[in-house]
Ligand binder design. Structure first.
Ligand SMILES: NC(=O)c1ccc[n+]([C@@H]2O[C@H](COP(=O)([O-])OP(=O)(O)OC[C@H]3O[C@@H](n4cnc5c(N)ncnc54)[C@H](OP(=O)(O)O)[C@@H]3O)[C@@H](O)[C@H]2O)c1
Length: 386
């Protein structure tokens, strides 16, 4: 039986009790535990994969903390997490035509598209009965896989960083620029100012903006990550210099610096995956006709703003939740040419996955965290391992 990580509601409750309910003190590694997983039989349209590598994703920290909702309890007390993986196809169902044994693939986590293709649920999170991919093997529907572009110029760890974050960034960007263009044409303004706050999705969002010729600004507390983005021409603001917007003074000096950096104009597009104190800062530096786009609520689920001020400034707030299936495939086309993610200096062993998740929660990593799951790699990716 393959090994896989699980999260149990009773472990979440025990850890929460240990730290007296203080999320900052929660040790996520005590909640994510190595387990066994009985795989479903391979149905006619199913594919069995051997998982090669996965990235640590922030929604697993949310599941382990139960800080937004207690998704583990809501799903009956136990989940198998993990919704971003690259793997090798090792078995296909009788009706599968798109994949063959030996193919190298990436997963997407659109758990169930609505009539327009947008996800109603996320796989291995709130999609009922969905089993995640922080395990040695998995059985998935063929619709959940995308061929990995092995010749895109990225190494295997870089590609493993992208299946969840790149489609999210791609969707955020096409929505944000599309909405902005509804208000201000390309003829009126070709190059816009784009701001995003710290995080892997934000970095990829800014790479898209920069690739299309816009000015891009990364407001992050990590000097290493700001430096990595400088190589793409993405300009940095040190978020710690504004005390992470804990008080009004921090916001005020950020407004001053953002205005100075943009000739007094401000940011036409802001990506805010965090909310909490960051939200007010993003709204305060918005340019006229600006767009504030988000798919995340890492620091808070609620926001409040002055509707009259937003109206007179022609601001738009847009809410996004992962990509459509077609959008996931389109985002994958941009691996290497646009998306060149920064990877954390340590590639974690499978047994160290709980520590990778804890270090992500502690915000001490220098890039997107990758976990090597397979010790033996297929020949097809041998050249792609640095
Ligand atoms: N709805 C969706 O489809 C979707 C998809 C992907 C992600 N998400 C959600 O979006 C959020 C971000 O995801 P991600 O993958 O980009 O996460 P990530 O790569 O783990 O980045 C999170 C970032 O948060 C910043 N941060 C940490 N503590 C902070 C604080 N106290 N104040 C301000 N910033 C702080 C850090 O940036 P610095 O230290 O560099 O400032 C860190 O790099 C998560 O909540 C995730 O679950 C949603």
């Amino acid at each position: 039986m393959p090994r896989a990580y699980s999260i149990r509601a009773e472990d979440i409750a025990a850890e929460r009790e240990r730290v007296g309910g203080d999320f900052e003190q929660v040790d996520v590694s005590k909640v994510i535990k190595l387990d066994d997983l009985e795989l479903a039989p391979v149905g006619a349209s199913d594919v069995r994969i051997r998982v090669l590598a996965v990235s640590a994703e922030h929604n697993i920290a949310h599941a382990a903390l139960a800080d937004t909702v207690n998704i583990t309890e809501m799903r009956g007390g136990k989940i198998y997490p993990g919704n971003s993986a690259v793997g090798e196809v090792i078995e296909i169902g009788a009706a599968v035509t798109k994949f063959s044994v030996g193919d190298i693939v990436a997963t997407h986590c659109n758990g169930g598209p609505d009539a327009y293709g947008y996800p109603m649920r996320i796989w291995a999170y709130d999609q009922p009965d969905s089993v995640g991919w922080y395990g040695e093997e998995a059985v998935v529907g063929d619709w959940q896989l995308i061929p990995l572009p092995l010749d895109c110029g990225l190494n295997l760890w870089e590609m493993a960083a992208l299946p969840l974050r790149a489609p999210t960034a791609y969707h955020l960007w096409r929505r944000a620029i599309g909405i902005y263009r509804l208000k201000v044409s390309r003829e009126q303004r070709a190059s816009v100012n784009v701001l995003a706050f710290g995080g892997g999705v934000s970095e990829l969002f800014l790479m898209l903006a920069r690739h299309e010729g816009h000015r891009a600004f990364f407001c992050s507390g990590s000097a290493e990550r700001r430096k990595a983005l400088e190589a793409f021409g993405i300009e940095g603001f040190d978020q710690r210099a504004y005390n992470r917007f804990a008080d009004r003074d921090g916001v005020k000096s950020f407004i001053k610096d953002a205005k100075a950096a943009t000739g007094g104009e401000g940011m036409h597009i802001v990506c805010d995956m965090l909310r909490g104190p960051v939200f007010a800062a993003g709204i305060a530096v918005a340019a006229r006709a600006g767009v504030n786009v988000s798919a995340g609520w890492q620091l808070d689920t609620g926001v409040s703003y002055n509707s009259a001020g937003a109206s007179t400034k022609q601001l738009t707030l847009d809410h996004v939740h992962y990509e459509t299936l077609a959008g996931c495939a389109a985002a994958t086309e941009l691996y290497g040419s646009v998306f060149r993610p920064t990877i954390h200096s340590e590639i974690y062993a499978f047994e160290d996955l709980p520590r990778a998740m804890a270090e992500m929660h502690e915000n001490v990593q220098t890039g997107i965290p990758i976990i090597r799951v397979a010790s033996e790699m297929p020949a097809a990716v041998a050249e792609l391992i640095p």
